[in-house]
Design a protein around this ligand. Sequence first.
Ligand code: ARG
Length: 459
Amino acid sequence: MTNKMWGGRFNTGPDEIMEKINASISFDQRLFAQDIAGSIAHATMLGECGIIAKSDVRDIVRGLTAIGKDIEAGRFTFSAALEDIHMNVEAALKDRIGDAAGRLHTARSRNDQVATDFKLYVRDCLDMFDEQLSGLQRALAKKALAHAAAVMPGFTHLQTAQPVTFGHHLLAYVEMIARDRSRFADARKRLNESPLGAAALAGTSFPIDRTMTAKALGFDRPTRNSLDSVADRDFVLETLAAASICAMHLSRFAEELVIWSTPQFGFISLSDRFTTGSSIMPQKKNPDAAELIRAKPGRILGAFTSLLLVMKGLPLAYSKDMQEDKEPAFDAIDALSLAIAAMTGMASDMEPATDKLAAAAGAGYSTATDLADWLVRVLAMPFRDAHHVTGTLVAMAEKNGVELDGLSLQDMQSVEQRITADVFKVLTPQASAGSRRSFGGTAPANVKREAKRWLKNLA
Ligand code: ARG
């Protein structure tokens, strides 16, 4: 049998393999709600513009609404012979309301239809990410406020650098996520133009009102060029690019959680809710959720690369290649959403081992810069000279097997005789972190202020 939707010029139906490679219904059924919303908007507009009868519009809308409910309730059987969600819905409409169903596809094509559906879907996902990410920011800012004054080692090259506060470290991620949200918001702005009514590629001779359907579907306006409307998948690419960057941020944090929760570091404990045991080693508590989040950028960036390669070199306007846009995008969107959810749970549950953090913050000559700064401030030494003197003192401390504050005043004066006992005040990690009150610095006072500001903004 030839296809009921487009089989007029065919003598036989498709080969089994053809049907298999051609059908997208196994995955694009995910777009059913958007497909039905788009069709309702289109049919309503056709009625308003006098292109089809109002009585047909009523039947179409009623039928589509019922089909939506059937699909939602799992009462709908999808057919691969009907290729995709668009034709599955239209065929079901014909079964339900008869010939009026055949009028729905007036002044429209599956090409503008799929672009519209996918835009609506991606727009919902962008809104979901925004909501989820603001939840993660809230969780982090709350933790940051609770531990605004807890000192820990700050690292460069993963070597102890200077003391920072745990809250400050968490707020660094709040900033990254703010940029992620702003990238998603930006993608949403550009996405929000309606391709519906571009038809197959050239527009239509029917007197449609594209602004009406755009408004009905929550778009800001219709797209301005029919060819571009059906050939464009930038909105998916931008979303996947922003998602890749966001996943990279989560991955960096995940890696820190993995490191911090090792017995060797012991900086934090992760909750039982987000860790697993080992089937052979009874002592183990593995940070699997963090590890999986650490791994997600691979598949998310993979989805971006996959679609970019589908699109590159593709001549205008629609080509079937573009049906390959959905599976990787769906997978990437699911992966990111799950990663954000898991990270939010982990971040809310984790507890810093503040004593261990403080001990580590004071180790590794982490306050050497504070000593050098003291020499500059109190003795008016040029910084380069102060750096050299401090380096000599670090070498001496290392030889004696002590930290800087384990050196005696005499030891210090043997290198620079003008040093006084006042210097010891700057050598604790608490004093070091507390002194860094420059804008954006790690001082507890700053961290408290910033965490509160975020919590207020995010409320
Ligand atoms: N299933 C198709 C897709 O996802 C819908 C558009 C098909 N258009 C066409 N002219 N065959 O891209």
